[in-house]
Design a protein. Sequence first.
Length: 467
Amino acid sequence: MSSGEEPPLLPTPSTFSDGLAPTRIVVACTFDPLGLQGPLHVWLHSLTGLRCEISWVGYGMVLDAVADASSAWGSNDGGLNVLLLRWCDMRRANYSALEDAAALLLEALRASIARRGAPTLVLLPPPAADGDGGEAATALTAELRAIGGACVVVDSGELRGALGSLRRFHSPFLDQVAHSPYSPEACSVFAASISREVARWRAPRKKVYCLDCDNTLWGGAVGELGPHGVALSDAFLAVQRRFVERQRRGALLCLVSRNVEEDVRAVLRERRDELLLRDEHVVAIRAAPDMRKSSGLAEIYPRSTRDHPRCPSSSLPSRYLQGPLAGAFSELSCRSAAVLDLAATLCLDTAAFTFVDDSPLECADVAARAAPRGVAVVHVPREPEAIAAYLDACWALDEPPPATSTGGPAAPTAEDLARTALYRQLDERKSFVSSAAAASSMDAFAASFNLRVDIGFLDEEGAERGA
């Protein structure tokens, strides 16, 4: 991707701030949190626009605050509690061993989570040196993860990957004189992790993903290359796999494309064995009208060896962009209208929709016309190898943390498995009603029912019913 076209990883402020009550966040650290306060304020209020009220547990008061039901931590019902925990800091407490202090903290955390029933985020910042805490710290981290439920753990491995080298995140001088061991760069990464979890909890749950096809689900333009000419490399199959997994958990997938619908369906049909995202995973397709079937265009686009050649409006004479064809060509270049039409057809709030495309023009259109109504926009990179990493880092694709006791994803229910079929029937039913209503005559309306009447002699099998 060229410079200046870098897709945004962060949501716009209006995605979360509009119509939401402030979230109360209580932060506790086993080290001095002074260096974290500024970056967290910037991330929450300036960069993401999240409406939050932040309280800080006093230095050295972590165990007391977590165990006390009347403290700011214990009484934060409906808010988010955040604990930044270094096992090596527990040695500073007046206990005979690390395990003794940690056992008390784990017991207090279990009780706090069970009592509050609200989310708790635990971050395990990387220690000053590899292996600090040894096997004891590893065992304690496993116990922490076993709490499950609302306890979300971001471990030191994930944070170290974001921070890079040890020199970038650790400050030995501040650690020695003020027990504030992390550099400003590290504090910014911690603040980003906290902000992302707040956004994950507070954002409206996305139920529908409107996916572009060309250079998003497959490589190349099917309107130019044909169904057997598009690329299904590992990078594009990984994108398909990601959204099919969400569909199995109850999300709805729609295809929104500039291609003619028959071209899209030809790929789904003729490349079925190679695809991971198949026709049965798709609720509806919103594609460009086939301009070849419009009067007056045959002489401009003669029938080629392909059945449905693409018809780009940019190459048409101006006279064909006026009159009865103007609406069709406008629809060809307006993906926001397709997304809003899907919301109306499926009877779902626009805030439940996410639009995914590689085109800056299409993303800008949806951002301008549909994002103010709550539609999230994901502008994927043009380089296929960069798509997976970008989608992992994109906040707009985050799902709410699982509410299962194990902390893993919940098993799909029978309703989840049937949801695509139910909404597909709804889309087909409304499409039929719309086409019938647009019939030019009563005969055309009757023909749209596709009824067939057979008249024959009454046989023995039907005698009882005929009587």
